[in-house]
Ligand binder design. Structure first.
Ligand SMILES: [Zn+2]
Ligand SMILES: [Zn+2]
Length: 313
C-alpha cells in the first residue's frame, strides 16, 4: 500500500544523493593518467605515441604541483553564469594567467627527452619563438579545434599547458559555484566539449555516467540513455571492438571497458569508458589508445563528436 509522503520526505526525494559535478583532483589527475598511458602502451600498435603522451602528462603532473593558486572567483561571475545558464569561465575568453610560463616550462622539461619524437624539434623552436600575443592567439585556435596546418603538431603541447592552467583553476572552485549550463553537453566550468564519458565506481558517484571535459578535466553528470552530443534519448546504441554490431543502450555487451556510444539522431559517436570493467580507465588515455575503434567507426555513418586534446590529427 502506498503511503502519503510527509513534507520532509518530499524534500529528501528532491535532493540528489550523488555529485552533479566532480571537480578535478590535481594531486592524482595527471599522475594516474600517465600511469594508464604507460600501461596501455605495452604491445600497442601506437606504443611510441602513447609513451610520448605519458611523458607529456608526467610533465603536466610536475607543473600542476607548482602552478600558482588562482585568484578567488568574483561572486558576480558565478551569479551571472547561474542566471543565464552559461559556463562559469568560457575557455577562450578566460585563458589561465601564467599558461605561457607553463608552456615554456613544459618545453624545457621535454626538450631532448628520448620519448619525444625528433620530428617535434622544429615545433619546439617554433613555439619558443612566438611572443605572448601570438601564443594567446594560437591557444584560442587550438581550443576552437582549428589550428592551421603548420600548427597541428604544436596543438598537443599547447593543449597540455592549457590543461594544467584550466584544471588548476577548476580544482580551486567551490563546487556550488558551478552552474547548470545550457546545453548540458558542454562543460559547465569552461564551455568545452567532453572528450569522452566515464562510468564511475566507488563512493557517491559510483554507477553514474559523467562527461569528462577535455580542457579543464571537470566531470558532470548525464544520464546514460541520453546522447552526450544532442541529448536525444532515441537511437542511442553502443558499439565495441569485440562485437562489431551495434546494440541498444542498456543491452550492450558492457564487458568491454571502452565502447563507442552512437546516436542515430545526430550521427555522431563518443566513447564511454567503464570503470566497472577496468577500474584504471581514464577518459583521455583510453580514448587515445582505442584508435582502432575510431578506425572501425570510420566505416560507419557516425563521425566523432569531438577530438582528443592529446592527439595531433
Ligand atoms: Zn571544462
Ligand atoms: Zn545525438
Amino acid at each position: 500500500m502506498q503511503r502519503i509522503l510527509q513534507p520532509g520526505e518530499i524534500e529528501a526525494l528532491d535532493h540528489i544523493d550523488f555529485p552533479r559535478v566532480r571537480l578535478p583532483q590535481l594531486a592524482t589527475l595527471f599522475q594516474e593518467r600517465a600511469a594508464r598511458l604507460r600501461q596501455l602502451a605495452g604491445g600497442h600498435a601506437i606504443a611510441d605515441y602513447l609513451l610520448f603522451a605519458a611523458r607529456l602528462v608526467e610533465a603536466q603532473h610536475h607543473l600542476a604541483s607548482r602552478a600558482p593558486q588562482p585568484a578567488p572567483l568574483e561572486a558576480s561571475v558565478a551569479q551571472r553564469a547561474s542566471a543565464h545558464g552559461m559556463p562559469l569561465l568560457p575557455a577562450a575568453e578566460n585563458l589561465p594567467p601564467g599558461w605561457q610560463d607553463t608552456l615554456r616550462a613544459l618545453l624545457a622539461e621535454l626538450q631532448g627527452d628520448a620519448a619525444v619524437p625528433a620530428s617535434l624539434s622544429t615545433v619546439f623552436t617554433h613555439l619558443a619563438a612566438l611572443d605572448g600575443a601570438a601564443l594567446d592567439a594560437l591557444a584560442r585556435q587550438v581550443l576552437a579545434g582549428g589550428p592551421g596546418r603548420e600548427d597541428l603538431a604544436a596543438a598537443p603541447l599547447v593543449m597540455a599547458a592549457l590543461q594544467v592552467g584550466f584544471a588548476t583553476r577548476a580544482a580551486a572552485l567551490p563546487v556550488q559555484d558551478v552552474p547548470f549550463a545550457e546545453p548540458p553537453t558542454i562543460c559547465p566550468v569552461c564551455g568545452s566539449a567532453p572528450v569522452a564519458s566515464v562510468l564511475r565506481i566507488g563512493g557517491a558517484a559510483g554507477g553514474h555516467r559523467y562527461l569528462h571535459c577535455g580542457t579543464c578535466a571537470t566531470e558532470w553528470h548525464m544520464v546514460r540513455v541520453k546522447c552526450s552530443h544532442c541529448e536525444s534519448t532515441k537511437g542511442v546504441r553502443y558499439q565495441g571492438l569485440q562485437n562489431a554490431q551495434a546494440e541498444p543502450a542498456g543491452k550492450a555487451d558492457t564487458r568491454q571497458a571502452v565502447l563507442a556510444e552512437t546516436c542515430e539522431q545526430c550521427h555522431t559517436y563518443r566513447k564511454l569508458v567503464n570503470q566497472e570493467q577496468d577500474p584504471f580507465v581514464d577518459p583521455v588515455a583510453d580514448d587515445l589508445a582505442s584508435l582502432t575503434l575510431d578506425l572501425l567507426m570510420g566505416d560507419t555513418e557516425f563521425s566523432r563528436a569531438s577530438g582528443n586534446p592529446l592527439l595531433a590529427i
